[in-house]
Ligand binder design. Structure first.
Ligand SMILES: Nc1ncnc2c1ncn2[C@@H]1O[C@H](COP(=O)(O)OP(=O)(O)OP(=O)(O)O)[C@@H](O)[C@H]1O
Length: 238
């Protein structure tokens, strides 16, 4: 029998805030691992550090925040010391982060088509026909029956649930191995919540994705996650 290494392993992670001339820890002693293909939910009370952990994994911690302890191993490589170019590469090819408020993820003054095409071309150049074909395919994948219509719209013309599905389609177009969805359903009503979560579950299977689903609401993710991790104010338990 061969040993399978976890795809992602967070080990004794500490994230601190640089304030008054020193680092003050905000998140401490976070450890967990995720195997390829799993959907794992990271839950816990508001403020325990779920979002900061997600941002640290993809190198998107805000100003004056930094990883001050521990390791984040992705495919057995510690990503903590990555430089900007390596983080960009990781986000473009490996790990995609879906954020809480879908309006923030989309540019309000550009059509969905322009934004999706731009995302697709980040990874490699396609010709116009292939771009359009791919846009239609991914929008179909996330449940839109009339992709041509969606492509013509601006973000404000779509509902919150629709925008979240557009963001998922954009993400899929980058063909990531891991999706981190940070409270992807918080701003949605119950019906759209279920819709987005079951869609993420379907995509996990269809694209062999590994999913880290962040939610303060353990009840709503229990049905979908293969495993639940509970984060406390300091640390995480499985
Ligand atoms: N930019 C920042 N500067 C200083 N403190 C911050 C910053 N961002 C977050 N924090 C603090 O770090 C802690 C963890 O925040 P984080 O957003 O990761 O929590 P969370 O578990 O995701 O909570 P929620 O479910 O409310 O989103 C909180 O106490 C928060 O106030």
């Amino acid at each position: 029998m061969f040993h399978l290494h976890p795809l992602l392993q967070v080990d004794q992670l500490e994230i601190s805030h640089y304030k008054d001339g020193e680092f003050q820890p905000l998140v401490r002693d976070v450890s967990f691992q995720i195997q390829a293909g799993e959907m794992v939910a990271l839950t816990g009370p508001s403020g325990c550090g779920k979002s900061l952990t997600a941002q640290a994994i993809v190198g998107l911690l805000g100003k004056r925040l930094d990883v001050t302890g521990g390791k984040i191993m992705y495919q057995q490589q510690n990503v903590v010391p990555f430089n900007d170019r390596q983080w960009k590469r990781l986000r473009r090819h490996e790990i995609a982060l879906l954020i809480q408020d879908s309006l923030n993820g989309l540019n309000p003054i550009r059509t969905i088509k322009k934004q999706m095409a731009e995302t697709i071309c980040q990874k490699r150049k396609w010709n116009r026909k292939d771009i359009l074909l791919r846009l239609h395919t991914f929008l179909h994948e996330v449940g839109f029956s009339d992709p041509a219509h969606i492509l013509r719209t601006y973000p404000f013309e779509l509902s919150g649930g629709m925008r979240q599905r557009v963001l998922l389609a954009m993400m899929l177009s980058l063909e990531p191995k891991v999706i981190i969805a940070d409270e992807p359903t918080t701003s949605l009503d119950i019906i759209n919540r279920e819709k987005v979560l079951s869609l993420i579950k379907k995509l996990q299977y269809d694209y062999s994705l590994t999913v880290l689903l962040i939610s303060h609401d353990q009840k709503s993710v229990r049905k979908y996650a293969d495993r639940i991790l509970e984060m406390r104010i300091e640390g995480v338990t499985s």
